[in-house]
Design a protein around this ligand. Structure first.
Ligand code: CO
Length: 152
């Protein structure tokens, strides 16, 4: 960042709330009724052992998360907690810069470096102990024509 650049907030906007559910087959029709809108897309994220379903709500989204493996993080979450809000996701412009700023401030991170999440975005999780109890997902959209994004 150049000296002449005014400081900007690290976080851009709330991208989605993640909601852990036992079964998408039950939760999707429920949320279609609640939102009055169809599910937008369903995607398996192998890395996180979940199947996700996205709904648009205004400028934001809801992400329903169903475990695909009893050893996955959502299955473990549902073993200990009721179904409900699992994480808050905030969109950022430069996830590397945010992670560097958090590291410098001693913020406890789950992911020190970004990985690829649902919707082909660069994501990283911040530990709930660092946020007052909220699992925080940082998400940076990958521009489809970004020339410098390495293939993964
Ligand atoms: Co999410």
């Amino acid at each position: 960042m150049k000296d002449s650049t005014p400081p900007r907030p690290l976080l851009k906007k709330i991208d989605h709330l993640g909601i852990a559910v036992p079964r998408l087959a039950d939760a999707i029709p429920l949320y279609e009724t609640l939102l009055g809108a169809p599910v937008e897309h369903v995607e398996v994220v192998e890395d996180q052992k979940v199947r996700t379903a996205f709904f648009t709500v205004g400028e934001s989204h809801l992400e329903l998360l169903e475990p695909t493996d009893p050893d996955g993080p959502i299955a473990r979450y549902l073993d200990k907690n009721r179904p409900g809000i699992h994480h808050l996701c905030v969109e950022v412009e430069d996830i590397d810069a945010v992670l560097a700023a958090y590291k410098a401030a001693g913020v406890r991170l789950i992911d020190e470096t970004p990985r690829i999440g649902a919707g082909n975005k660069r994501i990283a999780f911040v530990h709930p102990k660092a946020t007052g109890g909220v699992l925080l997902e940082l998400s940076q959209p990958i521009a489809p024509d970004a020339p410098d994004e390495p293939e993964r």
